[in-house]
Each structure stands twice: as C-alpha cells, then as structure tokens.
Design a protein around this ligand. Structure first.
Ligand code: SAH
Ligand code: DHB
Ligand code: MG
Length: 221
C-alpha cells in the first residue's frame, strides 16, 4: 500500500518537476535493453544531484559506481562544458554502455569512465594527485563504503560535498544486528562520518517507485 502511494507521488512530482530530456530517456532505454539492473538514481534524485552541482558550482566530480552512466549524465549536464567527471566502474559491460550513453548525450568529453575495482583505482587517483574533487558521489558496492569514505576524504578539499546513496536499505540500517554485509558496510561508514571532525553531515530518507532508501550528505569543513 505505502509503496503504491510512493510510486504515484514519485511519478506525479517527477512528471511535474523534471523536464523531459531525450538523452536521459534513451540512456535508461539502452540500460533496459542491455538488461542492466534498474538501480540507477530516479529522475528526481538525478535532479537532486544536478541541483547540488549547481549549488556548489562543482567543476570536478568523482563518482564511484557508474552503471549505465545515468547519474553521471545528470551531473555532467548540470556542470556544463568546463566540468569534468571521473566515474569508476567494475563491470566492463556497464562501463561500455555508460560510455555509449554519455557519447549519445554529447557529454563524453566531460566524463571519463574508468574500469576496474574502485578499491584499486582510488589509491591511484590519490597517488597521482588527481584530486581534489568538489563533489564525490559514492554509489558502488555497499560493503566497501567505509573505504570509499576514506578515499573520498583523501581526495577532498574544504567545501567538498560527499554524498552516498542507499544508506537506509528498507530501514535495515537501524538494525545493528543485521547480517547483511551491505548494511554493515553502510553502518560503519555512517559511524566514521559521525566520528570525523572534518565532516558535517545529514541523512535524507527517500521513498520512491523503487522503495525506501536514503542519502547521506556531508560537507568537508
Ligand atoms: N550511479 C549509478 C548506479 C550505480 S549501481 C546511477 O545512479 O546511474 C552500482 C554500480 O557499482 C554497478 O554498476 C556495479 O557494477 C558497480 N560496482 C560494484 N562494485 C564495484 C567496485 N568494487 N568498484 C567499482 N564499481 C563497482
Ligand atoms: C541497489 C540500489 C542502488 O541504488 C545501488 O546503488 C545498488 C543496489 C539495490 O536496490 O539493490
Ligand atoms: Mg545507488
């Protein structure tokens, strides 16, 4: 029942507030045709990321977990031509579809999709001093969120905004005894954020057509 209402409201608000965009719609269609899991951010959440880009004036973005490039596309469109995104993806097939989607959208010059395990790619970004990034979106495998947060801090400057997706997980996040490694990964990252004097953070619970979840959002002081 609740989920049905969330879905209706998500559709209503998305239909009202999110302007249609052929490139984004064909990206979602291509993802579906390639049978990628439908775990991209929703249109309203994509627009939330785009708003963050505009509000912070971010020109350099790091994303962990590309999938078909839908969230990267939202951020790339919001940044405009001078912006640059590095997005990390483990699965070469996902990366290939993302590259195609970003190219079709005319933003591939702004977005570099790097293929590999983010836990191997992130130390290279640090070693090569490719930071700092203005905005970091963590959306890869949830078990590694604690490590992703550490790298995010190493690649940040004062004012960097760090956002991580899927931190509520149908409410399981509040269950300390959860045996789900994804939930424990998220919980550990949240505890790190809470204990980190360099961060000021909040969390936003979200409901949408895809269920009950949320973002944590922090700024580096
Ligand atoms: N940000 C995307 C959704 C990402 S889904 C969007 O909203 O459009 C999570 C992605 O992380 C998947 O494509 C998955 O293959 C990738 N992933 C999982 N483990 C990873 C790892 N260790 N390193 C990099 N990417 C990983
Ligand atoms: C799931 C959702 C996500 O947004 C994600 O990044 C990974 C997994 C999921 O619902 O399984
Ligand atoms: Mg996600």
């Amino acid at each position: 029942m609740a989920k049905k209402v969330w879905k209706q409201v998500d559709k209503y608000l998305g239909g009202l507030l999110v302007k249609p965009d052929a490139a984004r719609e064909s990206a979602l269609a291509a993802n579906k045709a390639a049978e990628l899991p439908a775990i991209d951010v929703t249109p309203l959440q994509g627009q939330f990321l785009a708003l963050l880009v505009r509000m912070t004036g971010a020109m350099k973005i790091l994303e962990i977990g590309t999938l078909g490039g839908y969230s990267a596309l939202w951020m790339a469109q919001a940044m405009g031509e001078g912006g640059r995104i590095v997005t990390l993806e483990l699965d070469p097939q996902h990366a290939e579809i993302a590259r195609r989607n970003l190219k079709r959208a005319g933003v591939s010059e702004r977005v570099e999709v790097r293929v590999g395990d983010a836990l191997a790619l992130l130390p290279k970004l640090v070693a090569k001093k490719e930071g700092p990034f203005d905005l970091i979106f963590i959306d890869g495998d949830k078990k590694s969120y604690p490590k992703y947060l550490e790298y995010a801090l190493a690649l940040a400057h004062a004012g960097t905004v760090i956002v991580a997706d899927n931190v509520v997980r149908d409410g399981e996040v509040a269950n300390a005894k959860s045996r789900d490694g994804n939930v424990q990964g998220v919980r550990k990252m949240l505890e790190q954020i809470a204990a980190e004097p360099r961060l000021s953070a909040t969390a936003l619970q979200t409901v949408c057509g895809k269920g009950y979840d949320g973002f944590v959002m922090a700024v580096v002081l």
